[in-house]
Write a protein that binds this ligand. Structure first.
Ligand SMILES: [Zn+2]
Length: 395
């Protein structure tokens, strides 16, 4: 057994699944399109738990096809054929679906019809779990096969008409990110929420995207045979950023930042926007950050991609520093596109002039599309944005 393979079996796999089929230890290493293929290292496609609704009092549910409702111990509570649209609610006594009350703290719903469960007008393929929470609230989690999940994510995270190699690179990136989260949150109620990966259930899927996901089935990126958080963003603006600089996490070569000469044609390659000072102050106040009469917002400690790790806000109350990415998310990531900006006070507004859209770490999506259009295969795109990775098929 090669040393690298031994490393993978001892460090990567326990994180991914409890089961290691013996066949992987006999497998011959085959390199196809830069993907290390030892045969299936996991015995089946992993299931991920995705938080769809968090701590709400009301949601709409409809079911097509033959369905079954079970409790947390998989005891059958109800079976039926189709369920008209009804309201989900919770009370101290249990969970309510329409006019029916169930004295359970959890309901698991499955439908024999693929994509037959509709929640707030979005159809889902997986098993839906409704979990009672405090104060008559509930949360909803979908348990779904990772490949089906990635097909739904792909259409939400990248324009479905984009070049196939850009989409393949995005599929592997999202799969790697999801498997990392599954590893880190293996004992938690859920692995992923919809703030981390955009996901519109079955609506995000198309035949073309499903084919692209199938072509990369089971392929993830590893560094030193460990899975890692494969961040990605829209447009870097010329250089991606070190993960340590943006998120304070340990820097590793795949997330250390690289030059990107490919995203110039993104309309967010460079931008300028006026944001009212009162608006910035209001957004910060909502997060318990109190400033008044802002006179300047300055990026401090810019990284190789010019994204700041902190911003300094000068106001009547003095100077205050805060995490740059937190500042961007608070002000509004769809207004303040990145933390790679210069700014100047402009009467009642601050004029921000910057480059890129997103946090700047990992894959630059517009760069990936441009590389694909220039003829780079998805494997080369990933190896450019995540240096020193290996691509490996794990199932
Ligand atoms: Zn870029």
């Amino acid at each position: 057994m090669g040393r690298a393979l031994l490393f993978m079996i001892t460090t990567l796999l326990p994180a991914l699944s409890a089961g290691i089929p013996l066949s992987c230890q006999r497998g011959t290493i085959v390199v196809q399109d830069d993907v290390l293929d030892y045969g299936p290292l996991l015995d089946k496609t992993p299931v991920v738990r995705v938080l769809l609704i968090n701590d709400k009092r009301e949601a709409q549910l409809a079911i097509s096809g033959c369905y079954q409702i079970t409790g947390s111990l998989m005891n059958i509570i109800e079976q039926g054929q189709g369920l008209q649209k009804c309201t989900i609610a919770a009370s101290d006594g249990g969970i309510i679906l329409g006019n029916k009350r169930y004295n359970n703290s959890e309901l698991r719903i499955t439908s024999q019809q693929d994509g037959g469960i509709e929640l707030n007008n979005v159809r889902y393929r997986g098993e839906i779990r409704i979990l009672q929470q405090f104060n008559n609230k509930f949360s909803v989690i979908e348990e779904i096969n990772l490949e089906d999940f990635i097909a739904g994510v792909l259409g939400s995270e990248m324009p479905p008409s984009w070049n196939e190699d850009a989409l393949r690179a995005q599929a592997v990136t999202a799969r790697t990110y999801a498997m990392y989260k599954k590893k880190m949150r293996r004992d938690d109620v859920y692995h992923l929420d919809m703030l981390e990966l955009a996901y519109k259930g079955v609506a995000g899927e198309t035949a073309r995207l499903s084919k692209i996901v199938r072509e990369t089935k089971g392929v993830v990126m590893v560094f030193n045979w460990n899975i890692f958080p494969a961040y990605f963003h829209s447009t870097c603006g010329g250089h991606t950023e070190d993960v340590n600089h943006v998120f304070g996490k340990n820097s590793i070569p795949p997330l250390g930042g690289v030059t990107c000469n490919y995203c110039n044609n993104s309309k967010h390659s460079s931008w300028s926007i006026d944001i009212r000072k009162a608006e910035i102050e209001k957004k910060l106040r909502e997060a318990n950050v109190y400033v008044s009469n802002i006179s300047a917002v300055k990026v401090i400690n810019p990284g190789a991609g010019a994204h700041g790790s902190k911003v300094e806000i000068t106001s009547a109350s003095g100077r205050k520093e805060m995490n740059a990415n937190d500042f961007r998310l608070l002000v509004g990531p769809n207004y303040l596109f990145s933390t790679a900006f210069d700014s100047r006070s402009n009467g009642k507004s601050i004029t921000f002039s910057g480059k890129g859209w997103g946090h700047g770490v990992g894959l630059c999506q517009y760069g990936a599309q441009s590389m694909a259009q220039k003829g780079f295969p998805w494997t080369a795109i990933l190896k450019h944005y995540y240096p020193k990775i290996e691509l490996v098929r794990v199932y």
